[in-house]
Write a protein that binds this ligand. Structure first.
Ligand code: SF4
Length: 222
């Protein structure tokens, strides 16, 4: 399919909503659905999820929140106690210290309430655009795109963007994706990328988006 044919993003989003229905929600969206939707909880859960499978990070986040759901609760724990609660996630020791430091900074600098402000979130150690954008999108309803490996891979395969890094994908999506989908694109493409448009052997033959997709770089598929 030639590259100059406009990708029908509206149609793609509608089909994605249907395609991901059978699969579990991405961890942050599942936590929000279970009531862990504050900006602080979303940010902490995203830190826990870095380089950790959803199947692990979801129960770990809930175990931590069972003991502490606010910055004030969190600083009453020691970093070692936080570490014990999140020990199943990757880099748990460093993350425990980061989580305590963030909670403490929120108490010291923001009166215990984390503001819905991108600059504030990005100033915390260990927080990059992926987590800051997702937490602000879910926790504050602000329009931000969170680009992870799935969002990067799938939008490039569609031919919707043509970029080499997630950072460039973010800029490309900000320029062309309708803002109404900025938060939802992550919600849809994480399960879609995990279960259908997988890194190896994507399931193109049964994919609902096959007639929209340029399958850029796909050499073998199911
Ligand atoms: S057709 Fe293949 S490459 Fe395109 S979105 Fe579907 S699974 Fe991914």
């Amino acid at each position: 399919m030639p590259f100059d044919i406009e990708f029908d993003i509206e149609q793609a989003i509608q089909r994605l909503r249907q395609a991901v229905q059978p699969y579990p929600k991405a961890a942050m969206f599942e936590l929000a659905a279970q009531g862990y939707e504050s900006l602080f909880e979303q940010l902490i859960a995203c830190i826990i999820s870095i380089r950790t499978y959803d199947e692990v990070s979801l129960p770990v986040a809930k175990r931590l929140f069972a003991g502490a759901r606010t910055p004030a609760d969190m600083v009453r724990l020691t970093p070692a106690e936080i570490d014990a609660l999140i020990r199943d996630c990757t880099y748990h020791e460093a993350k425990a210290q980061q989580i305590w430091d963030i909670a403490n900074a929120i108490i010291q600098e923001y009166g215990g309430e984390l503001p819905c402000d991108l600059k504030v979130l990005l100033a915390f150690k260990g927080v990059g655009p992926k987590c800051a954008h997702l937490a602000l999108g879910i926790g504050c309803g602000q329009p931000y795109i969170s680009v992870d490996v799935h969002v990067h891979r799938v939008t490039n395969r569609w031919g919707y963007v043509s970029t080499r890094t997630p950072e460039k994908t973010l800029a490309a999506l900000e320029a062309k994706l309708p803002q109404a989908y900025w938060v939802e694109i992550n919600q849809l493409l994480v399960p879609f990328g995990k279960h259908i448009c997988t890194g190896n052997l994507p399931k193109c033959s049964s994919c609902l988006l096959l007639d929209l997709c340029q399958q850029v770089g796909v050499e073998k598929h199911r």
